[in-house]
Design a protein around this ligand. Sequence first.
Ligand SMILES: Nc1nc2c(ncn2[C@@H]2O[C@H](COP(=O)(O)OP(=O)(O)O)[C@@H](O)[C@H]2O)c(=O)[nH]1
Ligand SMILES: [Mg+2]
Length: 241
Amino acid sequence: MDRNAPCLSIILPCYNEADNLPLLLEGYRQVWRDLPAELILVDNGSIDSTAAVLAGELARPEFAFARSVRVPQNRGYGHGILTGLQAAAGEFLAFSHADMQCSPADVFRAYDRLLAAPNPSQTLVKGKRTGRDAGASLVTNGMAALASTVLLTPLTDINAQPKLFHRSHLARLTRPPDGFQFDLYVLYRARQAGLTLLTIPVVFGERRHGQSKSAFNIFARYRTIWATVAYIFKLRFGGAA
Ligand SMILES: Nc1nc2c(ncn2[C@@H]2O[C@H](COP(=O)(O)OP(=O)(O)O)[C@@H](O)[C@H]2O)c(=O)[nH]1
Ligand SMILES: [Mg+2]
C-alpha cells in the first residue's frame, strides 16, 4: 500500500443533515488525531441544503481532514455508505452516523481497540449501546436474537455505530443491500469469513437536528423492523448473501 495512504477512513452517510453538518465537523475536529486519516461525508442524494453547507464548511482550513462524495440520487442508507467506502483510501475503514447521535470519539476508541487486537486485518470492531430505555433495548435484542438464530451465528446490537474493519472486507460485500439492512449484511459477511468481532460500549445520544427517517413514528419503525425480519430470512434462505 502507498506509504502516504491514510491508515483510517471514516465514512459518514448524510441524508438531509444540513443543520447537523457544522456541529458534526466541529465534533470530529475536536477529537481528530495526528494520523494520516480522512473523513468522508457522503451527501446521499440530499434534497435539503446539504450540498451548499458541505461546500462552505469543507472550504475551511480547519476541516482539511474532511472531504465529500455525492450520490446524485438517493438509493438508501446502505448504498450511501457503500459509495463512501468505495471512495475511501484508508487501510482501515469505519462508518458511523451523521445525525450527532454517535460520539466522534467512538471511532478513535474503536481504532485503538482494533490495533490492540492480535490480528487487526481479521477483526471487526463495532459499538454496543449502553444505557438505553427498556423498549429500545427489547427491539434491538429481539432483532439480534432472531438474526443470530436464523443465521446461525452470534450477533449483538446490529445497528450500533461505529463499525470498523480492514479494507479487505470490502471485497466480501458482493451483494450489499441499499437500505438499512446494510449493517446486518456487513456483520454477517464478517462472521461468514471467520473474522473476530469485538465490541466497544457506546452511548447513543438524541438526534441534534431533523428527524429519523427509519423510525420517525411507530409505523415507520414497524416498517423498518418488518423489512429487517424479511431480510434476515432472505439472507439465510433466499441467496441474499
Ligand atoms: N434514513 C436514511 N438515512 C440515511 C440515508 N443515507 C444516509 N443516512 C444517514 O443515516 C444515519 C441514520 O439515519 P436515521 O434516519 O437517523 O436513522 P436511525 O438513527 O436509525 O433512526 C443518518 O446520519 C442519516 O443522515 C438514507 O438514504 N436514508
Ligand atoms: Mg439517527
